[in-house]
Design a binder for this molecule. Structure first.
Ligand SMILES: Nc1ncnc2c1ncn2[C@@H]1O[C@H](COP(=O)(O)OP(=O)(O)O)[C@@H](O)[C@H]1O
Ligand SMILES: O=C(O)C1=C[C@@H](OP(=O)(O)O)[C@@H](O)[C@H](O)C1
Ligand SMILES: [Mg+2]
Length: 189
């Protein structure tokens, strides 16, 4: 039964019973994350909403007022301060630019990279500028995908491919990956 489901029981992170979702914008961290939380009986938090609450502004207003570097600093600070148990944490796609935030999230949770192939992402995302993705001048979605993929892989305890899957299938894949002790962090940390 899922509510009694214990995964990677010997792992330190699992004692906290938090799951952090990382991945490209449009990967489904927010959409899949809330369903995952419901299935597991966990709380759900979305880093983007925490940032907006802390700053009293919408994400695009923070980017407008502080620039991308300023937004990244705020994002790193807010994610570094998350202190929860029994929660699914959906991060924003740019969280991996903050090493302090990533080390913190790795210490309080099992970090799961929701991997989506480029073509699926392109279809889901539409106009990147309207979505407020952290892009450097002249950077395309393809550039961003290539820049970020190694960072997502570097920080993940688990990697789950969700490109061709619906929300329910993605939730099942994540739970399977969390149960699979052979899929433990290949960096051996
Ligand atoms: N199989 C799927 N899983 C998750 N999201 C999907 C799927 N198919 C289409 N979508 C759409 O893709 C978008 C994912 O966005 P979101 O959950 O906000 O991702 P993220 O938080 O990773 O940026 C939503 O508009 C969602 O409706
Ligand atoms: O990847 C990015 O550059 C961003 C992703 C967004 O979150 P989602 O990944 O939930 O869309 C949000 O944090 C911000 O607009 C920047
Ligand atoms: Mg999101």
């Amino acid at each position: 039964m899922l509510l009694n489901h214990k995964y990677i029981a010997e792992d330190k992170e699992a004692d906290m019973e938090n799951i952090t979702l990382i991945g490209m914008p449009g990967a489904g961290k927010s959409t899949v994350g809330i369903v995952l939380a419901k299935v597991l009986g966990y709380d759900f938090i979305d880093s983007d909403l925490l940032i907006q609450k802390e700053e009293g502004k919408l994400l695009w207003q923070i980017m407008r007022d502080e620039g991308i570097a300023g937004f990244n600093q705020i994002e790193e600070r807010v994610n570094s301060q998350i202190n929860v148990t029994h929660s699914v944490i959906a991060t924003g796609g740019s969280v991996i630019y903050g090493p302090k935030a990533m080390e913190h999230l790795r210490s309080i949770s099992t970090v799961v990279y929701l991997k989506v192939n480029y073509r699926t992402l392109r279809r889901r995302l539409g106009d990147l500028n309207k979505r407020g993705v952290v892009l450097k001048p002249g950077q395309s979605l393809s550039d961003l995908y290539q820049e970020r993929t190694p960072l997502y892989e570097q920080y993940a305890h688990r990697i789950v491919s969700v490109g061709g899957k619906n929300v329910q299938q993605s939730v099942e894949e994540i739970i399977n990956a969390l149960s699979d002790s052979s899929a433990v962090d290949t960096r051996g940390q």
